[in-house]
Ligand binder design. Structure first.
Ligand code: PSV
Ligand code: MN
Ligand code: MN
Length: 431
């Protein structure tokens, strides 16, 4: 396996931090032992955590106002893979990459698969794109894609999704995520029920092309680009469509795709209860689909989402396995640093949720001891599990402090020299 950053440099970094980490780990271990928790079990659990990195996330994103390119941005899918390789090398928590087509359409799928596996990476869900027009495309998506009035437009959008499945098969993916921006900007523009009927009709054709061991994930989003009525705006619509399509269709929850203050953890609980929780796009937001780094605005919400996931895992056992992916856009930070930090934040929420004393919580709920029930969650959330996460990384060959190690490696300077700037790099991540 190729490592993108010199393994000796990572080892040297870890050696410098080893005695501090040992002291922090032992102190935390002692504190957890007094609560009846074995730190070693948590560290092993942390090592099972994995979240996919979006190929488009390693480039600098932008807003609809401007895009300020970063240094050394990847210019093609192979360079994107290299950056993803760094993220996994240092965090040991991101072994897969999620590709967006046609942004990252390989001319040779086998070559791409080999490049990924040389870096120790595999491929997670593939994502279709019918929210933009591409050069040379026959039909425009200006008035919708899978829901368009025009049969020809719908046929083109369906064919693109089927092509994504075919490409995904050759890369070893097992799911397709479908997000469409379809909807209306004005009342009266579209027949609300008719649009959803056409969506289902189109999705049935895509569903029929899924291999037996594949899932199609329906991603809802409240608004943008359709500012009056988005066809798949909420989890209720997503759920109804997944039910109508069949067992291979599930719902995907992107944390940023809800109105502010929405109780997302309850949506997670509902979808899990009815067997339709397919996966996540993790990010954080203050106002809308802000695509900020995971846990940067509302880490308690992220914890509460993982608390529901821990509850579902306990109830439903090994069969419960939603997929995790980051979906962020980086405008003012180094994307590699942001993605590493986010992977660690999501992993942190996963470990903190495992710290919840579920038997005690159930007892407090049963006896209506509201304060103690809330405190039980807070105790887990307030526990600083950083030493567990660092130890899990170091034991797996990653970095004790991924961002520090990355900066010390000079990777960004090296790629800045090797990748001269290119105007309007692909996979802008604006949406
Ligand atoms: C849409 O806002 C979205 O969250 C979907 O997942 C898209 O595939 C992705 O962003 C594109 O950046
Ligand atoms: Mn998303
Ligand atoms: Mn989004």
């Amino acid at each position: 396996m190729t490592t993108v950053i010199d393994a000796a440099l990572v080892a040297e970094h870890n050696a410098k931090l080893a005695s501090d980490l040992k002291a922090d780990y032992e102190a935390l271990g002692g504190m957890l032992a007094r609560r009846g928790v074995d730190i070693e079990e948590l560290t092993s659990l942390a090592q099972t955590f994995a979240v996919a990195v979006p190929s488009w996330g390693v480039g600098t994103g932008g807003t609809r106002f401007a895009r300020f390119p970063g240094r050394g941005e990847p210019r093609n899918v192979f360079e994107k893979l290299d950056d993803c390789g760094v993220i996994n090398q240092l965090t040991k928590a991101t072994p897969t990459v999620s590709l967006h087509f046609p942004w990252d359409r390989p001319s040779d799928a086998r070559e791409l698969r080999e490049a990924a596996s040389a870096l120790g990476l595999g491929f997670d869900a593939v994502n279709s794109n019918t929210f933009q027009d591409q050069a040379g495309q026959e039909q425009t998506y200006k008035f919708g894609s899978l829901t368009a009035n025009s049969r020809e437009v719908r046929a083109q959008a369906i064919a693109h999704n089927i092509d994504c499945i075919e490409l995904g098969k050759s890369l070893g993916s097992q799911s397709l995520t479908v997000w469409v921006g379809d909807g209306a900007n004005f009342p009266g523009q579209s027949n609300l029920r008719g649009a959803l009927e056409r969506y289902l009709e189109s999705m049935r054709e895509i569903y029929a092309a899924l291999p037996d061991d594949w899932t199609v994930m329906i991603e809802h989003k409240l608004f943008e680009p359709a500012f009056y009525a988005t066809t798949i705006a909420d989890w209720g619509t997503s759920f109804a469509c997944a039910q109508a399509l069949g067992p291979k269709a599930k719902c995907l929850v992107d944390l940023g795709h809800h109105a502010p203050n929405t109780n997302i953890e309850m949506i997670v609980a509902r979808l899990a209860q009815f067997g339709k929780l397919g996966g996540f796009h993790f990010n954080d937001s203050k106002y809308g689909d802000d695509d900020l780094d995971s846990g940067s605005i509302n880490p308690f919400q992220l914890f509460l989402v993982f608390n529901e996931l821990a509850d579902a895992a306990q109830r439903d056992g090994a069969g419960f396995k939603p997929s995790y992916m980051l979906d962020q856009s980086h405008n003012v930070t180094d994307p590699v640093e942001s993605l590493m930090s986010s992977a660690v934040e999501v992993q942190r929420a996963f470990v903190q949720a495992a710290l919840v004393d579920r038997a005690a919580l159930a007892g407090f709920q049963e006896s209506n001891d509201v304060l103690q029930a809330a405190q039980t969650l807070k105790q887990a959330y307030r526990t600083d599990v950083s030493a567990i996460l660092a130890m899990a990384r170091v034991r797996a060959g990653g970095a004790a402090d991924p961002v520090r190690c990355y900066r010390a490696s000079g990777y960004r300077d090296r790629v800045a020299a090797a990748r001269p700037p290119k105007a309007g790099a692909s996979g802008s991540g604006i949406v």
